[in-house]
Design a protein around this ligand. Structure first.
Ligand SMILES: [Fe+2]
Length: 130
């Protein structure tokens, strides 16, 4: 195979990969648009402080929002060819994952049964994935 043919195949593969990412971005955008549950405004439109259950709910919404943000920045890292921007987006995505951990810990302090439910899910998944 000649070098020009190899170059054409590489270019074709790049284009197909890019089309896949663009399609994925469109799907994620559509998905995020449909995710009304990540909106905190319905529970924050109040004059009174949040009670404990409302605060737990707000933290769960915040966790979902952090996962959304991590996925979005990771996708941006995948979509850009600029090495510095790619690193910046991946670093920010990783920071969002740290925020997930902070909110998970905060939730554990408010919902003392949360950790046992999560652990139960982990064990069920381990059994199913063996
Ligand atoms: Fe964050």
């Amino acid at each position: 195979m000649e070098n020009t043919q190899i170059a054409q195949l590489v270019e074709l593969a790049d284009n197909l990969d890019r089309q896949g990412l663009v399609k994925e971005a469109a799907q994620i955008d559509k998905f995020i648009s449909a995710m009304d549950f990540t909106s905190v405004s319905p529970i924050l439109d109040t004059d009174k402080p949040l009670n404990e259950r409302e605060l737990q709910r707000a933290i769960r919404i915040a966790i979902a929002a952090e996962h959304d943000a991590a996925s979005f920045y990771e996708l941006m890292a995948d979509l850009t060819e600029d090495a510095n921007m790619k690193k910046l987006f991946q670093d920010i995505s990783n920071e969002e994952k740290v925020h997930v951990g902070e909110f998970e810990r905060a939730l554990e302090t408010l919902d003392t049964e949360n950790a046992s439910h999560v652990e139960k899910g982990i064990q069920e998944a381990i059994e199913k994935l063996e």
